[in-house]
Design a binder for this molecule. Sequence first.
Ligand code: NDP
Length: 294
Amino acid sequence: MPRFGAIIDGKEVAKNIRKSLKPRIAALAEKAIVPGLAAVLVGDDPASATYVRSKARACEKLGIYSEVIRCDALLTQNELIEIVESLNSNDKIHGILVQSPVPSHIDELTVTVTINPEKDVDGFHPYNVGMMLLGYGGLLPCTPHGIIKLMRHYDIDPAGKEVVVVGRSNIVGKPVAAMLMQKCDMGNATVTVAHSRSKNLAEIARRADILIAAIGRPRAITADMVKEGAVVIDVGINRIEDTSTEKGYKIVGDVDFDGCGEKASYITPVPGGVGPMTIAMLLSNTVTAAEMTS
Ligand code: NDP
């Protein structure tokens, strides 16, 4: 029977990160600063509402002030911009996020560029994206940064490795590829980015020493696409029908965990892998943003 790869425990690593934020929050408290995060939720997408709730809960547990601004799906773009502008000038708020997706009549980029880059805790503002790409750090996007932190915790050094990222979104695929190819600690990888127009995806994926799946398709990465001993990082969060659960669905990743786990040296589970890291890095960025004001 093949040996199953080591399971990367994102919950545990995220817990360590939250713990490491406590002294920083205490140091801010001495200067009478409480880090504050505002999340704007437009519409009633249930998954978005769940994400925002768990972000707010995570803030409260750590002593970070949090505000959730819930808006009707018919909110206009100008009204949303006004909300963001008022948060920009609110001293209690150090981090602002507009939960994605927003309704289709709102242009996400127009809203993103309205956020003060110093409060852009998602790391999506073109200023922060540019700084990240140039290798200057700053407020880094949460999911890619969380992936790097997970790898660091497990001593998975990407230097000189073949990394294949499947997915080229602005929030996961592109930034994680950019971060892993940087000339810096936890960078220096040889990165290939694949997407829906890539030919021979299985062949490309099998080159990977580190395979990162950010596709949004349940269990799209199967065992035949994984090299023996590869590290497999699954970013996907997909709801699939499951009548045996109370909710009628369950969450699975973009990777066939059971099949790929038999070939991988390390593998992230879903849930409990990358997801908790995204929230931990959001908290970390909020604390960093508060420190920048002190
Ligand atoms: P997007 O839908 O924005 O991007 C998906 C990417 O996958 C696109 O680049 C697309 O290619 C590519 N793709 C789609 N189908 C295929 C295919 N059959 N073969 C190869 N590539 C394909 O998704 P996101 O990046 O926002 O999210 C990806 C997944 O990660 C989702 O499940 C999402 O829920 C999850 N997620 C999880 C987070 C976490 O904290 N764990 C945070 C953010 C996202 P093309 O560009 O050609 O269309």
